[in-house]
Design a protein around this ligand. Structure first.
Ligand code: ADP
Ligand code: MG
Ligand code: ZN
Length: 682
């Protein structure tokens, strides 16, 4: 950032110098006629014929004739010189200048008039000063270019290290954080315990790459951190470098896409070269979506420069033999727009979702950022955390910072609860944050809605297991539940599909039972449920009434075709399909109602625990559902401690998890498909 600014400043400085030079040249040679006045050629011929002119000289100048001369008596003229800074008022003058076209008839006319009036006419040869001016003017741009080029070359040759003063085209602008200066540790990143555990391995590798290489392990070349802004992705990457004690080269995707074609690609090359030279090292590419968007997705011809850069990035990552000791960490807030090539094995094949923190996470983050701030005794960070659902780490840091500012303004020695209150209001009032504030009632609705999905998922567990439920907003969804298939399942039976529909309707049904309202939050559930029911009837022949006939399905090949024609069935059948779909949905709704009514206690318990912890994992849900209480001595749900774990702690937690997994080694969980999200809430 700094360097960049300096470059711009320098360029500006040079441009000013050059402008000044041009002005000087212009004043010296160009418009040196302050004592004479410019007149029109026609005025000149008139005055010549009227006998006002005493003498004149004709001089060829750059393709025209310049005529300068003297009047017999001084003339009053309105001065309207081109660049006349001095005296643009009326003045008396005895001299004049004009310009005539260089053809014979002009000359004839002038000389004949002159001899008629007995005016002395001279002809002079082209002035050399005029030539100089012309030459200078035509060569000036070239001179300027050479001047610039010279400076750039000089910088690259002499600088070497890459601390150029003007611009540094081919060199990557990556900033290297000094190994010793990078004091960010795992314990500075709070509320991201799972994310940290996933990065433990990366740190271990960077600390001692040989150990892994000897075992023939292929270490991921790239790790992609995905999450909303301000959730600590950059911080996490830095912490990995800090823990491993390796250099950290960071560059933003938008830095690659700049100015000149080919620069991006050469920057990538340079960046990787530097990192390899200093291996083990971390390359951090922020906003990778700026370069990594799907190729050919751009409008009209695409974006060549970006594609070249992306290709170079892919080439470099493929070039890793796996033991270079360089790991690329990239961050984005949307991986869906990324080119699929980036996500292939050997590239960013490890993806870590960095989500917004839950209550406990928020408390831990607040604790991290209040380390250097004196808090009064009445500030309870736990309460602050409860009051700020939906806030990301950066927002929380902002809250504490604002609180300190407020306290300072009020001349206090310590930050007290009222300051924090006001700071929360300020941060919430920020225009961008409006959508993140959730009223208490809404939060409760979301919790009971999600608990509804969860209860049904627990009861109807033929094909899927509840994996996680949360009321932390994601995108437009106020909360969501994730259910994963029990095993790799290629086929779904009619009952499986029906169960899934019941589950989808569970959220709304719970709202109806508990609050006796119907909210818009369930619209996406309905969309999915209706889609499923419809395909049961029209695609899979699962309706007894309509029989095993495929009415609709995989014939959307002719997209442009008139829709009216694609219907391969009569109005009567269309009516029956709608009836069947409705019947399935009504049945499912009844079933959901029945299940929730008969599990009211567990439902309320899960909802209340959701309000308290915001996220529940499979273990907690199972324990709540079966035993009616939270799992005991689980590190994830401690009643007291809410601190950021250190690297050692994260490592131990990971080992403990591993041990647990090995102990209860049933079947490995099926692959996690992103579209297994069975719900959402707006
Ligand atoms: P991102 O890169 O995801 O947009 P950053 O890492 O730049 O977010 O976070 C911005 C700032 O917010 C950090 O410098 C840090 O002060 C604070 N922050 C964000 N997340 C956390 C976290 N999990 N723990 C502690 N501080 C955090
Ligand atoms: Mg960032
Ligand atoms: Zn829902």
């Amino acid at each position: 950032m700094n360097k960049n600014n300096k470059g711009v400043k320098n360029a500006l400085y040079y441009i000013l110098v050059i402008l000044a030079m041009v002005m000087v040249v212009y004043f010296l040679f160009g418009d040196n006629r302050s004592s004479s006045s410019d007149i029109e050629y026609s005025t000149f011929t008139e005055q010549l014929e009227d006998g006002k002119v005493k003498n004149f000289t004709i001089q060829p100048a750059g393709g025209v004739y310049r005529i300068t001369g003297e009047y017999k008596e001084s003339q009053k003229v309105e001065n309207s010189g081109g660049l006349s800074i001095i005296g643009s008022t009326d003045s008396n003058t005895t001299r004049f200048t004009t310009i005539a076209l260089p053809n014979d008839s002009t000359l004839d006319q002038i000389t004949s008039s002159a001899s008629d009036q007995n005016v002395k006419a001279d002809v002079a040869e082209e002035s050399s000063s005029g030539m100089w001016v012309t030459l200078l003017v035509s060569f000036l741009p070239i001179l300027i270019m050479i001047f610039f080029f010279y400076m750039i070359m000089g910088q690259q040759g002499g600088g070497g290290g890459g601390n150029g003063r003007v611009m540094n085209f081919g060199k990557s602008k990556a900033k290297e954080a000094d190994k010793k200066a990078n004091r960010v540790r795992f314990s500075d990143v709070a509320g991201a315990e799972e994310e940290k555990q996933e990065l433990v391995e990366v740190v271990e590798f960077l600390k001692d790459p040989r150990r892994f290489v000897e075992l023939g392990a292929r270490i991921p070349a790239g790790v992609l951190l995905e999450g909303p802004p301000g959730t600590g992705k950059t911080l996490l990457a830095k912490a990995v470098a800090g823990e491993a004690g390796v250099p950290f080269y960071s560059i933003s995707g938008s830095d690659f896409v700049e100015m000149f074609v080919g620069v991006g690609a050469s920057r990538v090359r340079d960046l990787f070269e530097t990192a390899k030279k200093n291996a083990p090292a971390i390359i951090f590419i922020d906003e990778i979506d700026a370069v990594g968007r799907q190729r050919g997705a751009g409008m009209g011809g695409g974006h060549d420069e970006r594609e070249q850069t992306l290709n170079q990035l892919l080439v470099e990552m493929d070039g890793f033999g796996g033991n270079e000791g360089v790991i690329v960490i990239a961050a984005t807030n949307r991986s869906d727009v990324l080119d699929p090539a980036l996500l292939r094995p050997g590239r960013f094949d490890r993806q870590i979702l960095v989500g917004r923190p839950d209550v406990k996470g928020r408390e831990a983050i607040l604790r991290v950022h209040s380390r250097n701030k004196p808090l009064a005794d009445d500030v309870d960070l736990k309460v602050v955390a409860q009051q700020t659902p939906g806030f990301a780490g950066a927002d929380l840091e902002n809250v504490l910072n604002e609180a300190a500012l407020v306290a300072a303004r009020r001349n206090k020695k310590k930050i007290d609860a009222s300051d924090v209150d006001e700071a929360e209001d300020r941060v919430i009032a920020g225009p961008a944050k409006k959508d993140r504030v959730i009223s208490e009632r809404e939060r409760k609705m979301v919790a009971y809605h999600e608990a509804g999905h969860t209860i049904i998922g627990m009861v109807l567990n033929r094909a899927r297991v509840v994996h996680k439920v949360t009321i932390i907003p994601r995108g437009r969804a106020g909360g969501y539940m994730i259910a994963l298939p029990k095993e790799d399942q290629m086929l779904m039976t009619k009952d499986d599909m029906f169960e899934q529909i019941v589950g989808l309707l569970g959220g709304r049904t719970a709202e109806e039972i508990i609050f006796n309202v119907q909210s818009t939050g369930a619209s996406n559930d309905f969309e999915q449920a209706t889609g499923l029911a419809r395909s049961m009837v029209t695609e899979y022949g699962m309706s007894d009434k309509l029989g095993p006939v495929q009415y609709e399905g995989n014939h959307q090949v002719f997209v442009g075709r008139d829709y009216g024609q694609t219907k391969a069935y009569s109005e009567q059948v269309a009516f029956e399909i709608d009836e069947e779909v409705r019947k399935i949905l009504m049945d499912a709704h009844d079933k959901a109602h029945e299940i929730i009514e008969s599990h009211r206690e567990q439902h309320a318990l899960i909802a209340e625990m959701l309000l308290k912890y915001e996220t529940l994992d499979a273990k907690a849900i199972k324990s709540l559902f079966e035993d009616g209480k939270m799992p005991e001595n689980d590190s994830l749900y401690p009643s007291e401690k809410a601190d950021a774990t250190t690297f050692e702690e994260a490592k131990r937690a990971l080992e403990q998890k591993d041990a647990e997994k090995q102990a209860s080694d049933e079947k490995p969980a099926g692959p996690i498909e992103p579209d297994d999200t069975s719900d959402d809430q707006q």
